[in-house]
Design a binder for this molecule. Structure first.
Ligand code: BGC
Length: 386
């Protein structure tokens, strides 16, 4: 049989993703910790991977797995525990984190805000507060000036519409508002303005930083007929509207791809432990949709909950194949970050779902690399797949 090699461009970033509240442990001053105290969501402590303490060990693992980048997020409630008061000890902590990444040849991709809000900010109404853009921009500029020297790649906000739909429509995440369309709209507008203000403030601090946003896009199958109108409408609302408002304030765009949706036809796909269809081809279509913005793109998250680890390696290989096809078709894709490096706190589902390349013992915190991580390692080392 003829060997087919799918080679990626030189300098392509291969790695994984993490987010502060989902893996660090010991965070008690944000809206999720407060909701856990009130019994509304599971608690992130004490069963988590304790990444705050064990970050160097985790970065050793990422390096040993052939990664050359890692996406992390910064916990706002650590940096600014009270309005306008910045905690220098925590700033130093993240400086150490970034230094540790660099020492291991892992390019840092920093997400500034990944869903969890400092309590003081959530009490003020979060992003629905008219002052939110200035408050958020002040925090972002602070990070850019403190951590900026060693960090080029920044994203201000992770998945604005997942946040608003879970928090203000479905009511399953803080602040648990249901079908609150008026507030939801205010929050979407607040997030748009917050990103724009943050972008401007960060570029003032360092014009050479690459500042963007991370967006969750869904592939809506585009079948002909009446459904194509529905598809166009939904795709505009979910995939395009937010980006159209911020794209002139983005140097790059991160794509998080997990879901696809069919209209007017049904087909069975095998499913992950989340009950989500396994449809790697969707990454190709969502990337092709983003091509129009003519910005460098990263797949900032894409992964599978698969406790038995019998689907993950094939899923990653299939994603890689489809990402390669996208590059061949002109998509300026620069990197792929698997979600997630570690098993972690899956928000309202607690610790049940296992997305990690690496699992850990919840009592001893000892890490164990899953077999699929070694398959991914071959891809990272070969800069492609054979
Ligand atoms: C989020 C992650 C989450 C993952 C899996 C993404 O929407 O950014 O925080 O864990 O999906 O559900």
């Amino acid at each position: 049989m003829k060997e087919v090699r799918l080679q990626f461009p030189k300098g392509f970033f291969w790695g994984a993703s993490l987010a502060s509240y989902q893996c660090e442990g010991g965070i008690d001053n944000n809206d999720w910790a407060e909701a856990a105290r009130q019994g509304k969501v599971p608690s992130a402590d004490p069963d988590g991977p304790d990444h705050y303490k064990l970050f160097e060990r985790d970065f050793d693992l990422a390096e040993s797995l052939g990664h050359n980048c890692l996406r992390i997020s910064i916990e706002w409630s650590r940096i600014e525990p009270e309005e306008g008061e910045f905690n220098q000890v925590e700033i130093e902590h993240y400086k150490q984190v970034i230094k540790a990444l660099k020492e291991r040849g892992l390019e840092p991709f920093i997400t500034i805000w990944h869903f969890s809000l400092p309590l003081w900010f959530s009490k003020k109404g979060g992003f629905a507060n008219p002052n939110a853009p200035d408050l958020f921009a002040r925090y972002c500029a602070k990070l850019a000036s403190e951590l900026g020297e060693d960090c080029v790649h920044w994203a201000t906000i992770n998945e604005p519409l997942v946040y608003t739909s879970n928090g203000y429509w479905q009511g399953i995440w803080p602040p648990f508002k249901r079908k609150s369309i008026f507030t939801l709209w205010k929050v979407v507008k607040g997030l748009i303005e917050s990103h724009k203000c943050a972008y401007t403030a960060m570029k003032k601090v360092s014009p050479t930083h690459e500042v963007g946003i991370v967006k969750h896009n869904i592939y809506f199958h585009n079948k002909k007929g009446t459904n194509s109108l529905i598809v166009r409408f939904i795709s505009w609302i979910w995939n395009k509207y937010f980006l159209s408002q911020v794209v002139n304030y983005c140097d790059s765009i991160g794509l998080n791809y997990y879901l696809h949706h069919t209209f007017g036809f049904q087909k069975e796909w095998s499913r992950s432990d989340m009950g989500w269809d396994i449809y790697p081809e969707g990454v190709y279509h969502t990337l092709m949709e983003l091509k129009q913005y003519k910005k460098p793109l990263y797949v900032a998250e894409c992964g599978i909950a698969d406790e038995d680890d019998d689907l993950r390696a094939d899923y990653i290989r299939a994603l890689v194949k489809w990402m390669h096809r996208a590059i061949e078709d002109g998509v300026p894709l620069r990197g792929f970050m698997y979600w997630s490096l570690l098993d972690n706190f899956e928000w309202s589902l607690g610790y049940q779902k296992k997305f990690g390349l690496v699992e850990y013992d919840k009592d001893t915190k000892v890490r164990k690399v899953r077999p699929s991580a070694f398959e991914y390692k071959k891809i990272c080392q070969n800069n492609g797949v054979i």
